[in-house]
Design a protein around this ligand. Structure first.
Ligand SMILES: O=C(O)C(=O)C[C@]1(C(=O)O)C=C[C@@H](O)C=C1
Length: 339
């Protein structure tokens, strides 16, 4: 009797060779070697498409970049979380995202070392007048660009692409040999190999420890029946070697009485009361009204049963549009990077 193979499908910002692709492999590689399991990586056109493909069930999981150790938040990803999890935002953003309730949640995180390279057919870097890369990259390579005078906007055009691997792919479409000598991309060594364009200068990132934190979106168990997804994999310390036993919760909300003195402080005190240790706090414009903000908060769980539930109940009168975007175990790499 032959047993059916389990197929795990994983979305990422394509084409192959992006850092998001690396994050997806890092998350799922231990499943690749399991008998009776196939992992199929599916490149997506945009980070937005990584969200919709999990929502629609076109893939089981998607990896999305969330923050970088040198230039901070990936605001596009934050705004997509806002648009999906805040109904007033999704009203305003109606044309951009679906207004359906999200059927996905954050189930895991991955830290990926980011080493950028100047990739080009050019022989002389000083002749370069056009560089392609993902917009997130420019401020991770500021020193390199200044050193080679590639930050001179009059002399050098910096052209944004949908991903770093796409930037290298663009070089293949430059057929004029003279133009090829003037054009470069900044991307990973994998992108250089995949597209077969040489690395001219390796490791052009400003900080050697440059790292991007990715979040893995997966099906929310509350919607499993409707979405047709198979049950979500559990990335716990027992099932996944990359996972620590430190549980995290990512929440989003808007403040109800913004004009009241101490209103944010009152909210944060609830986390303290329930031993939920505040790790990050980020705001993005609500887009519903000018100068109104959506808060994103990450807390460490103090491992007290029902603390989160009790805390959420006390937050309810102080905030609106409160959502748990995800509860997941902190990656071991986080702690390794601190030492
Ligand atoms: O373009 C890529 O390779 C991506 O995966 C996107 C992305 C990002 O948006 O932050 C991922 C990691 C790096 O910080 C640069 C770009």
């Amino acid at each position: 009797m032959t047993r059916n193979k389990r197929v795990i499908t994983v979305g990422y910002l394509g084409p192959p060779g992006t850092y998001s692709h690396q994050a997806a492999i890092q998350q799922f590689k231990e499943y690749e070697s399991q008998p009776n399991t196939d992992v199929v990586y599916k490149p997506q056109k945009s980070i937005g498409a990584c969200f919709t493909s999990v929502q629609d069930g076109a893939v089981d999981y998607s990896l999305v970049p969330f923050e970088n150790s040198s230039n901070g938040q990936v605001v596009l990803t934050y705004d997509l979380f806002r648009d999906w999890f805040t109904s007033s935002a999704s009203e305003s953003a109606k044309k951009v995202v679906s207004t359906d309730t999200p059927r996905f949640t954050v189930i895991s995180e991955q830290f990926v070392p980011i080493h950028h390279n100047l990739i080009t057919f050019a022989d002389d870097v000083t002749k370069i007048t056009k560089i392609y890369s993902h917009p997130q990259v420019w401020t991770q390579c500021r020193r390199f660009l200044a050193e080679y005078e590639l930050d001179n906007n009059i002399k050098v055009e910096k052209l944004d692409t949908s991903s770093t691997s796409k930037a290298v792919e663009n070089l293949l479409h430059v057929s004029d040999p003279e133009e090829r000598q003037k054009t470069a991309a900044i991307a990973s060594s994998t992108a250089s190999e995949i597209h077969n364009v040489p690395i001219k200068i390796p490791s052009v990132e400003d900080f050697s420890g440059n790292t991007t934190r990715f979040l893995c979106l997966g099906p929310d168990s509350a919607y499993l029946d409707q979405s047709g997804h198979q049950a979500a994999l559990n990335f716990t310390p027992d099932t996944n070697s990359g996972t620590s036993n430190q549980k995290m919760h990512l929440l989003t909300f808007l403040i109800k009485r913004n004009d009241d003195f101490g209103s944010l402080c009152d909210i944060l005190e609830k986390f303290k009361k329930y031993n939920l240790n505040l790790q990050t706090i980020t705001t993005r414009p609500s887009i519903d009204k000018p100068w109104q903000y959506v808060f994103f908060v990450e807390v460490w769980d103090g491992h007290e049963p029902d603390a989160l539930k009790a805390c959420l109940a006390e937050l309810e009168p102080l905030v609106f549009e409160l959502s748990v975007v995800g509860s997941f175990y902190r990656s071991r790499r986080f702690f390794e990077m601190l030492t």
